[in-house]
Design a binder for this molecule. Structure first.
Ligand code: X90
Length: 274
């Protein structure tokens, strides 16, 4: 059995997990940054900050998904939200081809309706369930159930790249996107970006996030924080969580290239079990 995600999950620690990752692409002028182990994220961000022309992103091709599937019989594949990306459809195309070419294989595709740390939580749950010896169908059903308990909240330093790529209403974006303002929000039920609060400064944003965790019924479930060049904010958030809920039951990651493009420098994503 193999677990496969796209690169928006920011998973870098492959330890003990039979994992495949399909890369998204970040396009800056004539540069195509492929979000794999080789990508230089700092160089990409540097280029992005000075580049005046159009930039965009693209989902992994079905061929890239097939490569990530490897050669295993049972594949649990978790994708970034179909509400904002063609990645899920590309994975479905790859599934069709893979299953017809690998007799007896089964590929289960799960649309996370989210991204980043929430996908990582689902992947870790898949790993845990595989360890119990459950059947593929059982694992798949349990993952679908689990997905209902997990959520994604964020504090974004900007939503410019969302707006430029038509992934958020430009009118909404101009109303909220000011220097020094953090946009706190969550992944909606439909898997789109739902802004909730405008916060002046990091401290206010982090406190808002903790409030949202409380309102969402968070107690002490697993948490994964991913940040783009904001180690300090991420650490601070983990402390606030520890103070409020008695422990920080999780870990802190860096965003890889795809999340770093949309969650611009200074942003924080938080996936958790409610
Ligand atoms: O080109 C493509 O197909 C990729 C498009 C991806 C768009 C979403 C990226 C989100 C990255 C930013 C903050 C969280 C927003 C969550 C909404 C579900 C992370």
């Amino acid at each position: 059995m193999r677990i496969v995600t796209d690169s928006s999950a920011n998973i870098v620690d492959y330890k003990d997990m039979n994992l495949g990752v399909a890369p998204l692409h970040i396009i800056v002028g004539d540069m195509d940054y492929v979000d794999d182990d080789m990508v230089d994220i700092d160089a990409m961000q540097k280029k992005l900050s000075s580049y005046k022309g159009k930039t965009s992103t693209a989902s992994p091709s079905p061929e890239e998904w097939e490569r990530a599937f490897g050669n295993d019989d049972i594949i649990f594949c978790i994708t970034i939200t179909s509400g904002l990306s063609g990645t899920y459809n590309s994975a479905l195309a790859a599934k069709g081809k893979y299953e017809s070419e690998h007799k007896g294989s089964r590929v289960f595709i799960i649309d996370s309706l989210s991204t980043g740390p929430e996908i990582e939580l689902i992947a870790e749950k898949a790993q845990e369930l595989i360890g119990t010896g459950a059947s593929p169908d059982e694992i798949y059903n349990r993952l679908i159930e689990y997905k209902e308990k997990t959520h994604l909240y964020f504090s974004l330093a900007s939503v410019k790249n969302f707006a430029k790529n038509g992934r958020i209403n430009p009118v909404v974006a101009t109303g909220i996107d000011f220097l020094g303002i953090k946009i706190v929000g969550k992944a909606s039920e439909e898997g789109t970006l739902l802004p909730m609060d405008k916060c002046r400064g990091e401290k206010k944003a982090l406190n808002k996030l903790v409030n949202h965790l409380k309102k969402c019924g968070y107690k002490n479930g697993k948490i994964i924080i991913a940040h783009n060049n904001n180690e300090t904010g991420a650490e601070e958030l983990s402390k606030l969580i520890e103070d409020e809920f008695g422990l920080f039951n999780g870990k802190i990651n860096k965003t890889r290239a795809l999340c770093s493009y949309y969650a611009e420098p200074g942003s924080i994503l938080i996936g958790f079990e409610a």
